[in-house]
Ligand binder design. Structure first.
Ligand code: DQA
Length: 149
């Protein structure tokens, strides 16, 4: 049976394609989801994507993934740098977690250099634009197939 990956996106990522395109690119979140769905077919994964501008809704989504999703890909957006609640929720999830950032947060303002989520993430992908989500799925396909090389 295909493994299920939940792809969670945080605040303002609903504006992808319109918001600071010089930093985040021109593709929309729908484009990202379509790319992920197409790749998931090839990798024999099922992907379910959600986006919220609200911290509590993201915590709820992570809790709902317990026992349902095999892995989580999360771009917590601004909550990356502030949210112990999202970290705690991820710590209660059993399964690989990959943190994705479109931009290279380490090349940007100092307040973006720290991620609470990285303390839980099995991998962090930053600075690869929308391809970061595809790289996360490729990595998960390997991890969920029992390989970590
Ligand atoms: C982001 C980086 C965050 O610092 C920022 O708040 C975002 C997007 C990224 O994908 O590069 O909203 O997570």
């Amino acid at each position: 049976m295909a493994a299920t990956v939940h792809i969670l996106n945080g605040p303002n990522l609903n504006l992808l394609g319109q918001r600071e395109p010089d930093i985040y690119g021109h593709e929309t979140l729908d484009d990202v989801v379509r790319r992920c769905e197409a790749l998931a077919l090839e990798l024999d994964l099922t992907v379910i994507a959600m986006q919220s501008n609200h911290e509590g809704a993201l915590v709820d989504a992570i809790q709902s993934a317990r026992g349902v999703a095999d892995a989580i890909v999360i771009n917590p957006a601004a909550y990356t740098h502030t949210s112990v609640a999202i970290l705690d929720a991820l710590n209660a999830f059993d399964g690989p977690v990959i943190e994705v950032h479109l931009s290279n947060i380490h090349k940007r303002e100092a307040f973006r250099h720290h991620s609470f989520v990285s303390a839980r993430a099995d991998a962090v992908i930053a600075g690869c634009g929308v391809q970061g989500y595809e790289l996360a799925l490729i990595r998960l396909s390997r991890l969920l197939g029992g390989r970590d090389d």
